[in-house]
Design a protein around this ligand. Structure first.
Ligand code: AMP
Length: 357
C-alpha cells in the first residue's frame, strides 16, 4: 500500500491515555484522528479531531469509522474481536484482529507463544473447583488469573503451595481461569517492537520494569540484562510480529530467570506503558512509530540518545507535578483526567541522564 495521504483520518478504538498519545503523534505527522469511546471527553478525545461517543461494537459507529477512516487502530486489547473483524472487511485494521484474539485469552496466548518456540510459565486451564485442586497439585502452587479481561494485576491470586483450593473457583466468579506456575524471576523486562507495512522490523532497547501492587511503577533503560538476553527479547518480539502478519507496535513482557533466559509473560498488541520512555529518550517515540507503521510510512530510528527512568503517576502521585516540573532533564506527561482515583494512571514522567551503555 502507498502511504496515507496528508490529512487522511486514522480511527482509534479506545479513548484512554494511549489513544491520546497516538492522536498527538498522528497530528504531528499531518493526520486527523477519530476516536471511538463511550466515555465523553475521554483523554484521547481531548487531542483528537473528533470522538464518536458509542460502544466499541456499536454498528452505526463502526459504519462511521469505515466511511471516515483510511485505517483503524486500537489502544487496548479488549476491543471486541467481532467488531474488529467486521471492520477489517471494509477498512484496513492494524494491528490485525488476530492479534486481539491471541492477547485476549491467556491460555490462547501461551499456546500461540509456545507454538512459535517461545517459552512461557507452565500453565493449566481451570474451569472448575476440581480442575483447580488438580492444577494446584500439579504446579505445586502458582498464580491464578482470569483467562480474559485481566489487566494491571486485577483478577489474580498467588498460591505458594498446593493447599487452599476449596471454594476459590466460585470466589473468582466462576469464569474461565488459568493457573500459571510461580516464576522465580530475577527481573522483568519488556521490549517495544514494530513491523511496517513493507515487513520491515524495528525494536527499542528493552526496559527493566518494576511493578507495585500489580501496576507498572517504573521502567529503566538500559535494563542491565546481558546483550544475549536483549537479543533474545528482540528476536522473540520479531517472531511474534511475523507470525501474526502484524502491522504496528507491540509490547512484549518477559520474566528474566537467574541464568539470563526469558519466559514471555504477555503480549500487548498496542503501544505500551513500559515504552513511554521512548518519547523522551529517542528521536522517534513508540507512538510515532505506531502511526508510521499503520500509515505505510518508513519505520523510524529506535536509537536512544540518553539513559532514562520512566515513573508512572498513580492516583494522588499526580500532586507531585509542580515539584517534578522544577527538575531539569525531566519530561512530564499528564493525561487530562480530572479525578485522581486510587490506582488510576494520571500521568508519567521520564528522567534523562547521559548515556552510559
Ligand atoms: P500480568 O497481569 O500477568 O502481567 O501480571 C502482573 C504482574 O504480576 C507481573 O508483571 C509479575 O510481576 C506478576 N506475575 C504475573 N504472573 C506471574 C507468574 N506466573 N509468576 C510470578 N509472578 C507473576
Amino acid at each position: 500500500m502507498t502511504a496515507l495521504a496528508a490529512g487522511a483520518t486514522i480511527g482509534i478504538i479506545g479513548g484512554g491515555q494511549l489513544g491520546r498519545m497516538l492522536a498527538a503523534a498522528a497530528a504531528r505527522l499531518g493526520y486527523r484522528t477519530l476516536v471511538l469511546e463511550p466515555q465523553p471527553d475521554c483523554p484521547a478525545a481531548q487531542l483528537a479531531n473528533r470522538q464518536i461517543v458509542a460502544a466499541y461494537d456499536d454498528p452505526e459507529a463502526l459504519a462511521e469509522l469505515v466511511r471516515e477512516c483510511a485505517v483503524v487502530t486500537y489502544e487496548f486489547e479488549n476491543v471486541p474481536v467481532a467488531a474488529a473483524t467486521s471492520l477489517a472487511s471494509d477498512v484496513p485494521v492494524c494491528p490485525p484482529p488476530a492479534a486481539l484474539e491471541v492477547s485476549q485469552d491467556r491460555v490462547i496466548e501461551k499456546r500461540f507463544l509456545n507454538a512459535q518456540g517461545l517459552s512461557t510459565a507452565e500453565f493449566l486451564p481451570v474451569d472448575s473447583d476440581a480442575d483447580f485442586a488438580a492444577a494446584l497439585r500439579s504446579l505445586r502452587g502458582g498464580v491464578l488469573k482470569t483467562r480474559r479481561m485481566g489487566y494491571d494485576g486485577k483478577g489474580q491470586r498467588v498460591f505458594r503451595d498446593a493447599g487452599g483450593a476449596d471454594g476459590v473457583y466460585a470466589a473468582m466468579g466462576g469464569v474461565p481461569l488459568i493457573l500459571e506456575s510461580l516464576v522465580p524471576f530475577e527481573r522483568e523486562i519488556s521490549i517495544i517492537a514494530a513491523r511496517g507495512r513493507d515487513d520491515s522490523l524495528a525494536a527499542y532497547d528493552p526496559a527493566l520494569n518494576v511493578h507495585r501492587d500489580g501496576i507498572l511503577h517504573s521502567s529503566t533503560v538500559p535494563s542491565g540484562v546481558a546483550p544475549a538476553t536483549a537479543e533474545t527479547a528482540r528476536t522473540s518480539a520479531f517472531a511474534i510480529l511475523e507470525a501474526l502478519d502484524y502491522v504496528g507496535v507491540v509490547g512484549v513482557e518477559f520474566f528474566v530467570l537467574a541464568d539470563g533466559s526469558l519466559l514471555v509473560n504477555e503480549i500487548a498488541p498496542r503501544v505500551h506503558n513500559s515504552g513511554h520512555w521512548t518519547e523522551a529518550a529517542c528521536t522517534v517515540s513508540q507512538f510515532e512509530q505506531h502511526i508510521r507503521a499503520i500509515a505505510g510510512l518508513p519505520l523510524g530510528d529506535t536509537a536512544r540518545h540518553s539513559d532514562c527512568v520512566m515513573e508512572n503517576l498513580i492516583g494522588d502521585d499526580v500532586l507531585r507535578a509542580p515539584a517534578l516540573l522544577a527538575e531539569p532533564g525531566l519530561m512530564l506527561h499528564l493525561y487530562g483526567k480530572s479525578e485522581a482515583r486510587p490506582g488510576r494512571k494520571m500521568g508519567h514522567f521520564t528522567r534523562l541522564s547521559p548515556r552510559t551503555a
